[in-house]
Design a protein around this ligand. Structure first.
Ligand SMILES: NC(=O)c1ccc[n+]([C@@H]2O[C@H](COP(=O)([O-])OP(=O)(O)OC[C@H]3O[C@@H](n4cnc5c(N)ncnc54)[C@H](OP(=O)(O)O)[C@@H]3O)[C@@H](O)[C@H]2O)c1
Length: 239
């Protein structure tokens, strides 16, 4: 892959928890799904999909929520050509792929579990663990957590798996929780030149309360490729 504007990313790593970033693609009218889902090409371009992999290439772990994983049941990894760049940065050749689920409703027959480059990590509670298909436990590292808050998730990934950089790839309900907990350090946002318009489609972060305003939201970089814009924001919260 030729040089990408995100090939060299510098992060300010916290000392006691992972740095948390989120990457999403959004339409001009603020939607992250189109007709109830995100299919390749429905909002972002092929270049945006490449960009997603370049961003992943800087992270120790990539996390998604159960709904996103049920729609896209693939390992959240990088292409073979990005493995080399990861190794040069001192990272494992593939990031850890982390799934968050309360229900435990995951299909062990999907590519995420059938042939992953590393065993995926599944974070769940007692109810989820009780309802897993038996093959999930054989194919994934399952962590049964008493509390499934963003801060406990960060602590577990930091302490047990050595995750220093965590990339959250949605969906909106997971993004919201990390924002509400004021744990989101960075946002990579692709603004795609398309309109969705359907009232029921989702936006970047969706929860039950208005989020606190970050103390600071710094626009770190703004790149254009074709008609798409690639924004990188850094947040500082009052906590
Ligand atoms: N435009 C983009 O860049 C982008 C990126 C990602 C996703 N998406 C789209 O977003 C949509 C899904 O978003 P969504 O908000 O409906 O769902 P989501 O955030 O992907 O997943 C929500 C699910 O994650 C699990 N979960 C959430 N918080 C949890 C916690 N604290 N502990 C344990 N499990 C937790 C639960 O799974 P269980 O139901 O299994 O209990 C919950 O139902 C999809 O259509 C996807 O394509 C778009």
């Amino acid at each position: 892959m030729s040089r990408h504007f995100y090939s060299d990313l510098q992060f300010e790593l916290p000392e006691t928890r992972p740095l948390v970033a989120c990457n999403m693609v959004m339409s001009l009218d603020g939607k992250v799904t189109s007709g109830g889902a995100l299919q390749p090409g429905s909002i972002g371009s092929a270049f945006d999909l490449q960009t997603m992999q370049v961003i992943r290439s800087h992270f120790d772990a990539v996390l998604s929520g159960g709904n996103t994983v049920r729609q896209h049941p693939y390992y959240l990894g990088v292409s073979a050509e990005l493995e080399h760049a990861r190794k040069e940065r001192g990272l494992a050749s593939q990031p850890l792929s982390v799934v968050l689920t309360r229900s435990g409703s995951l299909n062990p027959g999907t590519p995420l579990f059938k042939n992953p480059p590393r065993p995926p990590i599944v974070l769940t509670g007692a109810a989820g663990a009780a309802s897993f298909a038996p093959e999930i436990k054989a194919k994934a590292a399952v962590d049964i957590m008493e509390e499934l808050s963003p801060s406990s998730i960060c602590q577990l990934l930091f302490q047990k798996y050595g995750v220093r950089r965590l990339l959250v790839e949605g969906g909106p309900s997971v993004n919201y929780q990390f924002m509400q907990a004021q744990l989101l350090d960075e946002l990579f946002l692709t603004l795609a030149p398309t309109l969705v318009g359907l009232r029921t489609d989702l936006t970047l972060a969706m929860g039950s309360e208005v989020l606190a305003k970050p103390r600071e939201a710094e626009l770190v970089s703004l790149n254009q490729h074709g008609q798409e814009l690639f924004l990188r924001y850094r947040f500082r919260w009052s906590l």
